[in-house]
Design a protein around this ligand. Structure first.
Ligand code: CA
Length: 222
């Protein structure tokens, strides 16, 4: 899952970045509204953390332009304390959730997880596919209740597939959602990660759809 982090205060952006990295997200950053607008318009994000008070172009304008341009990724806005009208304006502009500064990092992470789950039609924090389970809160993957040890990239690939059971996901799409923009992306490595996942999981769980990509078996068929 890939997150766009938009915050101009380095003292806040740095710990946010650290927390998002630690939670297993691929993270892109912007410190002004113009760069944020461009990134959100051109790259694939699973969620955005958007500060509203930004230089060059304010966060509310950025959000309105994204929605006008048909960009529908979940957006969590960060608002100033005691500014209720900013929250209303943000939600009316297309924000999915908000947090008031200062906030606890755990709350931000929980809200992001919920937004991403809901965007994929998943209500439960534990994603299940037959005997395979991914607890989105801890990142823990289990098979028949026993922990499965995955590398960070294997985990990112599996987490993306588990949010979209039954859907065909191309290698390009996977590449876009597990790497940040500045990463040296190579869609061939996806094949390697999927190969390793198949060795650690029931091999029939991740199906290859010829010429199109991969598909995680539907829970009831796994
Ligand atoms: Ca700000």
């Amino acid at each position: 899952m890939r997150i766009l982090l938009v915050e101009d205060e380095p003292q806040l952006r740095a710990p946010l970045r650290t927390a998002l990295d630690a939670a297993g997200y691929a993270v892109d950053e912007a410190d002004n509204g113009r760069d944020a607008l461009f990134l959100g318009d051109t790259e694939a994000f699973d969620a955005v953390v958007l500060d509203l008070g930004l230089p060059v172009l304010d966060g509310l304008s950025v959000l309105k332009r994204w929605r006008h341009n048909g960009r529908n990724m979940p957006v969590l806005i960060l608002t100033a304390r005691d500014n209720w009208s900013e929250k209303v304006a943000g939600i009316d502009a297309g924000a999915d959730d908000y947090l008031t500064k200062p906030f606890h990092m755990e709350e931000l992470l929980a809200r992001l997880r919920a937004l991403i789950r809901r965007a994929h039609g998943q209500a439960s924090p534990v994603l299940q596919c037959g005997a395979l389970a991914l607890d989105t809160r801890s990142g823990r993957v289990t098979l028949d209740g026993l922990p499965v040890a995955l590398t960070s990239h294997e985990h990112k690939v599996l987490a993306y597939l588990m949010h979209r059971p039954g859907a065909v996901v191309s290698r390009t799409e996977l590449t876009e959602h597990i790497y940040a923009q500045d990463f040296d992306r190579d869609s061939n490595t996806i094949e390697v990660f999927v190969g390793r996942l198949r060795k650690k999981l029931p091999p029939e769980l991740i199906e290859t759809v010829r010429g199109m990509g991969y598909r995680l078996a539907l829970p009831e068929r796994a």
